[in-house]
Design a protein around this ligand. Structure first.
Ligand code: HPA
Ligand code: ZN
Length: 331
């Protein structure tokens, strides 16, 4: 039995595997600067967040139709199912696709069709979260958010991603207020490359329900105390942190310290096609590095479920499955 988990930090565009990128490029007549698998794979050496984002945004040019979005969503869910994922809260970047002339309705219809297929085939429940680019003006985010709300597009929440340094959460205060007023869930990347102060701003000014990454909170003891007291979820992505050089090695990853501090952390995959593995590989990396006991693994799994936007009965059912997983050890 696989440990049942909720995947709460996953960018759909980050699940585009190199083989899929080249196949879709051929299918959709897109010229990529790296036409062979070998040349494409040679690009996957990142020195920081920006060096990854440059490749990530270039590669998503291959996504053109609702069918493309449906296909990659279904492919991701198939792979997630094999990792023990029972519930997913999927991020996508509307600005990336609007910029290339795609219609919001088409993008969302494709993703939704994929999510529905995942529910039917593997019983994976879902939420969909539109992430706004912090490197783009807040006016752009606001305009798209108004359209999403007014045209009643099927999203459950908003997030904030892309280049962090130099783009503090305060820039997006109005966008997040509007989202909250319209009943949307709110999350934000903060404290990945940016300072602990950005986490404080995300809490105080954006009033987020979860912090994505958040690993730099450890630099501010008062903030750690507050995050523990509020049991604010932090969605940590270990392989991403190492590949983007926010930590030098897995041995230096702060996960163990975060758990010991009493922070509500859970493990996720961020952009698995870019960072060397899906949720199971991220869990395996930290279990191996920190010799996490089965009880500690169950804590991470329960945290992921409790930090989700599922209704309470669904959370209770999944947590009971975690308990069953834990008990199975003694059989
Ligand atoms: N950080 C910021 N933006 C992103 C990331 C990330 O880890 N992945 C995809 N967009
Ligand atoms: Zn992310």
């Amino acid at each position: 039995m696989k440990l049942p988990v909720a995947e709460l930090h996953i960018h759909l565009e980050g699940t585009l595997e190199p083989e899929t990128i080249l196949r879709l490029a051929g299918q959709n007549n897109i010229d990529l600067p790296w036409p062979s698998l070998q040349e494409l794979r040679a690009q996957y050496n990142f020195s920081n967040l920006q060096s990854f984002l440059d490749l990530f945004y270039a590669n998503m040019a291959v996504l053109r139709t609702a069918a493309d979005f449906q296909e990659i969503t279904t492919a991701y869910l198939h792979r997630a199912h094999a990792s023990g994922v029972r519930h997913v809260e999927l991020f996508f970047d509307p600005q990336a696709h609007l910029e290339r002339g795609l219609a919001l309705a088409e993008v969302i219809a494709g993703i939704r069709a994929g999510l529905d297929a995942g529910l039917a085939r593997w019983g994976i429940t879902h939420r969909l979260i539109a992430c706004f680019w912090r490197h783009a003006p807040a006016e752009s985010a606001m305009e798209i958010l108004r359209t999403l709300v007014q045209e009643r597009h099927a999203i459950d929440g908003i997030g904030l991603d892309s280049s962090e340094l130099g783009y503090p959460p305060i820039l997006f205060q109005e966008v997040f207020a509007y989202a909250r007023e319209h009943g949307l869930h709110v999350v934000a990347h903060a404290g990945e490359e940016g300072p602990a102060e950005y986490i404080v701003q995300a809490l105080d000014l954006l009033k987020v329900e979860r912090i994505d990454h958040g690993i730099r909170c450890l630099e501010d003891p008062a903030l750690v105390q507050r995050l523990v007291k509020e049991q604010m979820p932090l969605t940590v992505c270990p392989l991403s942190n190492v590949r983007l050089r926010t930590v030098d090695t897995m041995a230096e990853h702060p996960l163990r310290r975060m758990l010991e501090a009493g922070l509500k952390v859970s493990i996720h995959s961020d952009d698995p096609a870019y960072f060397g593995g899906y949720l199971d590989a991220n869990l395996a990396a930290v279990i191996g590095q920190f010799e996490l006991s089965r009880e500690e693994q169950a804590v991470l799994a329960r945290n992921s479920i409790e930090s989700s936007f599922l209704e309470e009965p669904a959370k209770a059912r999944l947590c009971a499955e975690v308990d069953a997983w834990l008990a199975a050890e003694h059989l």
